[in-house]
Ligand binder design. Structure first.
Ligand code: SF4
Length: 414
């Protein structure tokens, strides 16, 4: 295989298969672990590179020798280092080095949220620099055509459009940032695999109809469904600087200075949740996935090493149930939006919220709607994003998918 420089996109021809004959993506992990009592390793300190090397030193990576390893950090957005939005480049750098030392052929790939270009996000977040230094290929996984992967056990979804590289590489390593998430409670190594879904098909998981007889949100069930075919072979969670509150993009950075690693993605996520002061059982996609047997989340069945993980526990502020609580003077109606619209709106409210509020009489309520699930909206609603287009007659409308934050202000003529 041709190994491009870090600043080149892999652009080999796509082959002719658009559908996998078998669920090759679901190959079981080559790394040894005890399924009934999985180990999760963690390290803390102010050097993310060393923390990552240390946690990986506990795992026998020799099965990756001569294999193609795809590192999948969370670089779904254009965000600067230190904001807690994207994976720390030094964590990625250490993973590249350690897998190479084990004899693997390593690349780093991402398919960001709608409206973000992967290579730009790699550059902004500092990953291009560490990859270039190591001549490690960076892959925009949206360039090539997807493969369709069936989900035999799927409840909310029966198939996925998956970035082709995920099916081609032998080993996929999920390297998320430790963050709370407005829609899914947290986003860790299981949820991070959603960034392996091709282009806009990620949005489909936010647009699913309610499931009859099921109390969970369809999005949570869909992520559990996804984890039946897209479970990482190894997880490395970057808690160097995570995010609390309005995650995944508009919360506050939270410096924890930890890195975790484990073969069981659910166990690794569950221990990370506990460090964040959250029970894995309160995260629906983790609970549902573990009930189906995809991994272990019960803390008393997880071998944390070292055992004194509570010493680094530092509760993260949860995401608010209602955005209106965070932004007084606004009522935000959010039904079946996706992260892209939500991020745009949060950015807008953070940057221009006061300006907009000051430009409108105090007694006028500002109602903003995002998402496609609204039956009826009050007169005067500011409808944001193409999903609300059918309600544009009832007030103001900002088109785009996702829309541009600054255009929300001009819709109000301010
Ligand atoms: S309009 Fe907004 S909520 Fe709808 S799909 Fe686009 S980004 Fe997502």
């Amino acid at each position: 295989m041709e190994t491009p420089d870090a600043d080149n996109v892999v652009s080999s021809t796509d082959g002719d298969k658009d559908k996998l004959d078998d669920n090759a993506v679901l190959s079981s992990t080559p790394f040894e672990f005890e399924a009934s009592r999985p180990s999760v390793f963690w390290a803390s300190g102010d050097n993310p590179y060393e923390n990552t090397r240390q946690v990986l030193s506990h795992i026998d990576l020799s099965p990756s020798k001569s294999k193609r390893v795809l590192l999948k950090p969370n670089v779904g957005r254009n965000a600067q280092l230190g904001t807690g939005v994207t994976t720390h480049p030094e964590v990625v750098a250490a993973a590249i080095d350690v897998f190479r030392e084990a004899g693997a052929d390593v690349a780093v790939g991402e398919s960001p949220i709608t409206g973000v270009a992967a290579l730009e996000a790699f550059e902004t977040g500092g990953i291009t620099a560490v990859a270039k230094e190591r001549k490690c290929p960076l892959i925009d996984m949206d360039v090539r055509r997807y493969v369709t992967v069936d989900i035999p056990d799927g409840v909310a979804i029966k198939s996925l459009k998956v970035c082709r590289e995920v099916a081609e590489y032998d080993i996929v390593v999920s390297i998320p940032v430790m963050k709370t998430h407005m829609h899914t409670g947290v986003t860790l190594s299981v949820k991070n695999m959603k960034g392996c879904l091709w282009r806009r098909s990620k949005v489909d998981l936010h647009m699913l109809p309610e499931l009859s007889g099921c109390d969970e949100k369809p999005l949570d069930i869909a992520i559990a469904d996804m984890s039946s075919v897209l479970r990482p072979h190894l997880s490395i969670i970057d808690g160097t600087v995570g995010m609390e509150g309005l995650g995944p993009s508009a919360g506050k950075p939270k410096a924890l200075g930890v890195v975790l690693a484990g073969v069981d993605a659910f166990a690794t996520d569950s221990l990370a949740c506990s460090m964040m002061g959250i029970s894995g059982r309160d995260i629906p996609h983790l609970r549902v996935g573990s009930e189906r047997g995809y991994g272990v989340i019960a803390l008393d069945s997880i071998e944390a090493y070292p055992r004194n993980w509570k010493d680094v526990q530092d509760p993260f502020a949860p995401p608010p149930d209602e955005l209106s609580i965070e932004f007084s003077g606004y009522t935000v109606l959010d039904i079946q939006s996706c992260s892209a619209c939500q991020s745009t709106l949060l950015m807008f409210l953070k940057k221009y919220g006061k300006q907009l509020r000051d430009g409108v009489p105090d007694d006028k309520e500002i109602v903003i709607a995002i998402g496609k699930g609204h039956e009826k909206l009050p007169d005067g609603t500011l409808c944001v994003g193409n999903c609300t287009a059918r309600h544009k007659g009832c007030g103001y409308f900002v088109s785009g998918c996702p829309p541009v934050a600054s255009e929300i202000l001009s819709a109000f003529n301010i």
